[in-house]
Design a protein around this ligand. Structure first.
Ligand code: ADP
Length: 290
C-alpha cells in the first residue's frame, strides 16, 4: 500500500500559507511527521483525514483519490485527533458500541465481538464498565486508538498522541501503535523526535508548510556521521561563540552543551559526537536559546 501526496498546497483565508507544494510518499508501516508548532502538520493531517480541503495537489492511497472520494476514504480511515471529546458519564464498552453503530456496523452480534476485540487489543477490557470521565490520560489515548480502529482502517492518522502520558503509558501506547503499523499506514505527528527513531521506518521534517527532509530515520542520521561536534561551555561563554553555527544548545548539569554540524573541527574544545535524530532535526529546524 502506498500513499502519494503530490503538490499539496493550502493557504487559509487570512493569508497564512500552511502547506506549500508538499510531496511525500508513504508505504505500509509507521511514518513520523515532525516539525515545530505552526509547521503545517495538523493542516496536512486534517486534509488527509478529509476534514478540510486543499487548494491544489493530489493525494492517492493506491488507486483511491483521497481528496475527491471522501466517502470511500472515511470507510478506510482511522483518525485520532490531538483533542477529542469523550462523554464522561458513558463507559468505554457502551461508547465503542455506539461509535461502531455510527460507522455502519449494523449487526449487534458483530459489534459485540468487535468491541470486545478492541477492548482487549487496547488493554481496556478490565475497565470496560468504567465511565470515561475516570480514565487516565493513557487510557483515554488507548480508547482513542480503539475507536480509530473500528472499521478495519488501512490509513491511521494520529496527531501528537503521547502528550501528557507518563512513561509507562507512553510505552504501552507505542507498542500498540507499532503492532497496528505492521499492516497499514500509520501517520504519527509528534514533537518527540525519539519516538520517531524508535517507532517509524519513514519520516519527514516539515516547517513553514514545506517538506525539508524525508527518508528512513537511520539513513538520515547516517548522513551526519563524522559531522556532529559538541562542546560543554559556561553560560557566559555563549557570547564568545559568535561566528560558529550552533544548531542546538541544552543545559547539562549547570553548563551548556552546544552542538555544531560541520565537516571539520569548528573550534577548539569541540569533540566529535555520535549523531542522533535530534541532531538531524535541529540541523533543519534550529533550537538555540541564546
Ligand atoms: P502544526 O500542526 O504543525 O502546529 P498547523 O497546521 O496547525 O501547524 O498550522 C499551520 C499554520 O496555519 C500556522 O501558521 C497556523 O497558525 C495556521 N492555521 C492553522 N489553522 C488555521 C485556520 N483555521 N485559519 C487560519 N490559519 C490557520
Amino acid at each position: 500500500m502506498q500513499l502519494t501526496i503530490s503538490g499539496l498546497s493550502k493557504t487559509y483565508a487570512n493569508g497564512t500559507r500552511a502547506l506549500h507544494d508538499i510531496n511525500l510518499r508513504m508505504n505500509t508501516g509507521m511514518f513520523g511527521l515532525v516539525g515545530p508548532n505552526g509547521a503545517g502538520k495538523s493542516t496536512l493531517m486534517r486534509t488527509l483525514a478529509t476534514l478540510q480541503d486543499a487548494d491544489h495537489g493530489s493525494v492517492f492511497l493506491d488507486e483511491l483519490d483521497v481528496l475527491n472520494d471522501k466517502t470511500a476514504v472515511r470507510k478506510i480511515l482511522g483518525y485520532l485527533p490531538q483533542e477529542f471529546g469523550l462523554y464522561p458519564k458513558v463507559n468505554a464498552e457502551v461508547l465503542l458500541n455506539h461509535i461502531a453503530e455510527m460507522k455502519g456496523i449494523a449487526a449487534k452480534a458483530e459489534r459485540k465481538e468487535l468491541v470486545e476485540w478492541l477492548l482487549n487489543k487496547t488493554n481496556l477490557y478490565q475497565f470496560r464498565k468504567k465511565n470515561l470521565g475516570g480514565f487516565s490520560g493513557g487510557m483515554k489515548q488507548r480508547f482513542g486508538i480503539a475507536q480509530a480502529l473500528i472499521g478495519n482502517p488501512k490509513l491511521i492518522i494520529v496527531d501528537e498522541p503521547t502528550a501528557g502520558l507518563d512513561p509507562a503509558e507512553r510505552n504501552r501506547f507505542h507498542n500498540l501503535l507499532s503492532e497496528i503499523g505492521e499492516n497499514v499506514i500509520v501517520i504519527l505527528s509528534t514533537h518527540i523526535i525519539e519516538d520517531v527513531k524508535s517507532l517509524c521506518n519513514q519520516m519527514a521534517i516539515i516547517n513553514l508548510g514545506e517538506v525539508l527532509l524525508q527518508g528512513h530515520p537511520d539513513e538520515v542520521i547516517q548522513q551526519l556521521n563524522g559531522k556532529v561536534w559538541r562542546k560543554l561551555i559556561n553560560k557566559s561563554d555563549l557570547t564568545n561563540m559568535a561566528g560558529i553555527e550552533i544548531i542546538s544548545s541544552r543545559l547539562l548539569r549547570g553548563m551548556i552543551e552546544v552542538t555544531v554540524v560541520s565537516d571539520s573541527l569548528p573550534d577548539s574544545g569541540f569533540v566529535l559526537a555520535e549523531p542522533g535524530l535530534e541532531d538531524v532535526y535541529f540541523s533543519y529546524v534550529r533550537n538555540i536559546n541564546q
